[in-house]
Design a protein around this ligand. Structure first.
Ligand SMILES: Cc1cc2nc3c(=O)[nH]c(=O)nc-3n(C[C@H](O)[C@H](O)[C@H](O)COP(=O)(O)O)c2cc1C
Length: 234
């Protein structure tokens, strides 16, 4: 195969990126900013980052409180995430306008977005000015997962969360499952399918994952975060 490459000017070609709905500000006056410049910064201690332009309203809120919540976006909230990425909290209450449910956090004062299946509470540890964006590096201080995506074995079934990503100005749903991390080094797999570039991913016999048994909705008196918040509001 002849490999031909074209040179582009240095630019952001990272893809895909997550689409996170980041809640910030205090509970009563909370705001949401959609971010794609976000990711894992460190596993131990768990740290993540979001990069935010100083002109955003959320920038002021996050800088003042040193707190935010990364809410992962499921497919059914794509329009809400887009709205939160094109309207400013200076003009509009995005929680109210998008009919999103505020849920009290455990370690931070800004609310989680109840409708998002995963909510990651963060406290800022460093702010790194980079240019047009400042990077907020933060410690993960609490994580909430909706019971609807927990398996009976207590594992998080992120496939069931149907998260979205972004790729150069377009939103995408999560694609086909292609294999477990480490499948390509398993002897059995190599024997059947070959190695690396020899593997025909269309037809490869992958180690099948057992379909996760999803937990039944709470009937045992256990509260979901959203329920507990609704009760708080009463
Ligand atoms: C998909 C998407 C990704 C975005 N990613 C970022 C980002 O990583 N950083 C940023 O500063 N703004 C990002 N934005 C723009 C902000 O979300 C947008 O300016 C928003 O209106 C700011 O709201 P605020 O003024 O209430 O903070 C993104 C917008 C969209 C739609």
């Amino acid at each position: 195969m002849r490999i031909i490459k074209k040179q582009l000017k240095p630019c952001i070609m990272m893809a895909p990126t997550p689409v996170a709905m980041v809640s910030c500000g205090d509970y009563e006056h909370a705001n949401i900013i959609t971010v794609a410049w976000a990711g894992v910064a460190c596993s131990q201690p768990p740290k993540l980052y979001i990069s935010v332009r100083p002109e955003r309203y959320s920038y002021e809120l996050i800088k003042a409180s040193g707190e935010f919540v990364v809410n992962l976006t499921p497919q059914h909230l794509t329009a809400a995430a887009d709205f939160c990425g094109f309207r400013s909290g200076r003009q509009v209450d995005k929680f109210a306008e998008m009919k999103l449910t505020k849920v009290h956090g455990k370690a931070v004062s800004c609310p989680l977005i109840g409708e998002c299946p995963v909510n990651i509470e963060c406290k800022v540890s460093n702010i790194v000015p980079l240019g047009c964006h400042d990077m907020f590096i933060a410690n993960v201080v609490a994580v909430h997962v909706d019971s609807s995506i927990m398996t009976e074995q207590g594992r998080v079934d992120l496939e069931a969360a149907k998260l979205i990503s972004a790729q150069h100005g377009e939103y995408y749903g999560t694609g086909k499952h292609l294999g477990r991390l480490g499948f390509a080094v398993q002897k059995k797999f190599i024997r059947k399918n070959g190695k690396g570039t020899d593997v025909d991913m269309q037809h490869a016999t992958l180690t099948k994952r057992k379909p996760p048994k999803t937990k039944k909705p709470n009937t045992d008196g256990q509260q979901t975060v959203a329920q507990s918040d609704k009760q708080d509001k009463k």
